[in-house]
Design a protein around this ligand. Structure first.
Ligand code: SAM
Length: 218
């Protein structure tokens, strides 16, 4: 998702109390950001934030961090959070590649990847958020028994991800090619893209992955 540049968006992000500035200084100190030691769940490529806002309202004892690399998109999430003022939700304007610079080993309890950009050309496969390169980043920050949960409408990306996640040394705990008509869909919270694609009749795929071998990372 890329929106037309909004003049002043960088300044608004730099001044927003909901965006963590200099996040590398928070590494291993995220409990101080939220003022409690509740579990931290993150969404990488959050877009406008609908999914995390719903989860944050449902689960006040979980802290949520939304990561988005584009300022114009992040600004939409900030504007919604200015109305909601959810105490357990904040944002980072970061590229997923930098996650291990801002979270310590095992500091994150769950990672959501929702409708990640498919990068269909083979030569761009490394940019996919389920590529081994990114799985290695998640491996550094996720708790040893933590999960990566990935949803998409894109069958090719999903099939690629089932394979790449396994090749990267993770275990696919479960998967479905039709989330909304499966047992895994019961507690599902829809993202913005998911609402759009399922309204068009597209089935939604989902997988949950954990480490094959639990390292002592807690
Ligand atoms: N997750 C939302 C949803 O399901 O409605 C948004 C999906 S949108 C297709 C993907 C988002 O991921 C875009 O806003 C894009 O800017 C962001 N994104 C893609 N690659 C990223 C990266 N490497 N780091 C951070 N954000 C990224």
């Amino acid at each position: 998702m890329r929106l037309r540049h909004i003049p002043g968006s960088e300044e608004q992000i730099a001044e927003s109390p909901y965006v963590i500035q200099a996040p590398e200084e928070k590494k291993t100190h995220w409990a101080e950001v939220f003022g409690n030691r509740n579990p931290i769940y993150i969404e990488v490529g959050m877009g406008k934030g609908k999914f995390l806002m719903e989860l944050a309202q449902k689960n006040p004892d979980i802290n949520y961090v939304g990561i988005e690399r584009y300022s114009t998109v992040l600004l939409k999430a900030i504007q919604k959070q200015e109305r909601l003022k959810l105490p357990n939700l904040c944002f980072l304007r970061e590229d997923a590649q930098r996650l291990a610079d801002v979270f310590g080993t095992g500091e994150v309890w769950k990672i959501y990847l929702n409708f990640s950009d498919p990068w269909p050309k083979d030569r761009h496969a490394k940019r996919r958020l389920t590529s081994p390169r990114f799985m290695a980043v998640y491996d550094r920050i996720l708790k040893s028994d933590g999960l990566v949960e990935f949803k998409t409408d894109n069958q090719d990306l999903f099939e690629y991800s089932l394979q790449s996640v396994s090749e990267a040394g993770w275990n696919v705990e479960w998967h479905t090619f039709d989330l909304h008509h499966s047992e895994y869909g019961e507690e599902n919270v829809m993202t913005e893209y998911e609402a759009k694609f399922s309204a068009q009749g597209k089935p939604i795929c989902k997988l949950a992955a954990s480490r094959k071998v639990s390292a002592s990372k807690n």
